[in-house]
Design a protein around this ligand. Structure first.
Ligand code: 13P
Length: 355
């Protein structure tokens, strides 16, 4: 392991006002999102969608790194150039999703454990050879009646730490993603308590597995009320609760926190990230960045709909959301920006599909 290179790469991933673009949806997740918009669920449709993303002109000005899926890292553009090359040529660091998915956890109804440790050392070596410089592993924690259990939190935290140690051994920066899900009726305070317990456990395990904190990125959820909770706090209250939770549980040696969006609307994810940077940036030990999938990609997917003729408009929408989040990193985002930019770039309005 080249320690200095790991540290430098981790810093680059959250440097300035850029952030990460997650485009590592597994095939079933990607197909599910395509189905909703009547897009064929084929290898070629997924490839064409990813080509639309990686060839977006100027994307590297707001995106520091892109997380790919196993299928995508092996694919090429129509002209034969590998995606990894297109990304690197755009000044974007290629990354890879390293877990193999969250599966039902034995003896823990309603809970999941993320798999993928078997054979991971070999897969990471292959990804590194293909050009990946970082990797991601997502654990999911649900809040509900009697859950999360201690068993679920500990098993997922240990898997995250074992994965992170293997990443660093392979010279890849681990993006450590313990996601406390938004689904449910739980309150903001409950989400804060669970997130704090999860993060404390994850960092205890990272230390036990001798992971170098300076060479990793944390990808947590924001502290939010459940989607079905009647009380939905303001943007500033969410920012305060999130930063308070992270300050209690994330060591200062970590270079950056890059949030997942988790199903928030693009506008809300940007507004909440913005509020954290406006209210706290100067006093925080780590960069507060983004690693969004839906909060960057969603409008682009809705416009693209599998049609070559929609590629340019979809790319404008993608770039627009990336730039909104870049502005949020500087604390300069406001909701009007979303509207202004749509008007300026002629992004078409699309009808929503039936639920
Ligand atoms: P969302 O931003 O859509 O939550 O996706 C982030 C991610 O990478 C989930 O693993």
């Amino acid at each position: 392991m080249n320690t200095q290179e790991l540290i430098e790469n981790a810093k680059k991933m959250v440097a300035g006002d850029k952030g990460l673009l997650a485009m590592d949806e597994s095939n079933p997740t990607c197909d599910k999102r395509f189905a909703k918009w009547g897009i064929p669920q084929t290898v070629e449709a997924r490839r064409a969608y990813r080509e639309m993303i990686v060839t977006t002109p100027g994307l590297g000005e707001s995106i520091s790194g892109a997380i790919l899926y196993d299928e995508t890292i092996r694919e090429q553009k129509k002209d034969g150039a590998p995606f990894v090359k297109a990304i690197a040529d755009a000044g974007i660091i290629p990354g890879i999703k390293a877990d193999t998915g969250a599966k039902d956890m034995a003896a823990h109804p309603g809970e999941k454990i993320t798999e993928g440790l078997d054979g991971l050392r070999g897969r990471l070596a292959e990804y590194s050879q293909m050009g990946a410089r970082f990797a991601k592993w997502r654990a999911v924690i649900a809040i509900g009646d009697g859950i999360p259990s201690r068993g679920c939190i500990e098993a997922n935290a240990q898997a995250l730490a074992r994965y992170a140690a293997l990443c660093q051994e392979a010279g890849l920066v681990p993006v450590v993603e313990p996601e406390v899900l938004m689904d449910g009726e739980h309150s903001l305070a409950e989400c804060g308590e669970v997130t704090e317990e999860v993060l404390r456990t994850v960092f205890a395990q990272l230390c036990a597995q001798r992971v170098m904190l300076e060479g990793l990125i944390l990808k947590p959820n924001m502290v939010l009320p459940g989607l079905a909770c009647p009380q939905q706090e303001s943007v500033d209250e969410v920012a305060d609760a999130t930063v308070r939770c992270l300050l209690r549980s994330v060591p200062a040696a970590v270079p950056g926190v890059a949030f997942l969006s988790g199903g928030q609307s693009g506008e809300l994810a940007s507004a909440r990230l913005n509020a954290m940077n406006v209210r706290f940036k100067s006093g925080l030990p780590w960069a507060v960045a983004f690693s969004f999938a839906r909060a960057i990609q969603q409008p682009a997917l809705e416009i693209w709909r599998g049609k070559e003729s929609n590629v340019v408009a979809a790319q404008q929408a993608l770039l627009h959301r990336a730039r909104c989040n870049q502005a949020a990193r500087r604390g300069e985002y406001n909701a009007a920006m979303d509207k202004d930019m749509s008007a300026r770039t002629n992004i078409p309005q699309v009808a929503k599909p039936a639920a």
